[in-house]
Design a protein around this ligand. Sequence first.
Ligand code: CA
Ligand code: CA
Length: 298
Amino acid sequence: MYRVPRSQLVYAMSASNPPVLRVEAGASVVFETSDCFENQILSQTTEFQALDWNRINPATGPVYIEGTEPGDILVLHIDRIKVADRGVMLTGPNLGVLGDRLTENSIQILDIHDEQAQFADKFSFPINPMIGVIGTAPAGEAVACGTPGQHGGNMDCKVIREGSTLYLPVNVPGALLALGDLHAVMGDGEVSVCGLEVPGEVTVTITVKKQSTLPLPLVKSSDALYTIASEKTLDEAANSATRQMVHLLTTLGGLKPYEALNLLSLAGNLQICQVVDPLKTVRMELALTYVQHLGIII
Ligand code: CA
Ligand code: CA
């Protein structure tokens, strides 16, 4: 088993990032990750001014996958997500959907015990660990880890969790996979600007599809398939995610465009990933039963 320490990190997905590890397809890799504040918040009284805002949203990596070329697809099975026993949240002016109303910055720390997050003294609820940032290097300009896109990145999509398989494009030789920004739990939308931000460890098994034509990014869970799209507005992201699933159903499932759209109108679920990053992210969910019935093999 390979391991990448959390000290090996990047703040942007870039073709020019030197690889910190080279593996063959089929390898399993453990990525140790810092939280999105690079573990700078130690208590509720940590001063905002004391934080180094250049060290936000680090991703561990990148890992070079031998033999991968642009046009290939990286197939990432999330074997395990292990999170720390406390998580942090932060919001304030210019952050999240109340950024125009909040007058003070605030930090909230939640303890995690027995897979439950304790919310103040009020209640506890089950955690649902997920990966906020996971991506490959784009072919062109570097993309900051805080921004989502076709290469993946900061999608903040809660179905990217243990047991799921994520499909990402290979845009440069070796793909240059990096990930971080774990959330112990997050609701769709991520309205305050963060999830329950935690350091942790992610075990990923990496395989490659040669020259496949799937719409990307794509996630497969135990019971559903999701196309993911990030655009300037939620409307555009919703349209893109829908179009990507229509593309999949028509090219691989043999449906006519109107049939694919009608199927999604009846059985597909548009879901918001997040509304607080530089681009907004939406996913279209379709139960695997429909995908399998059409003979589509992902
Ligand atoms: Ca994030
Ligand atoms: Ca985050």
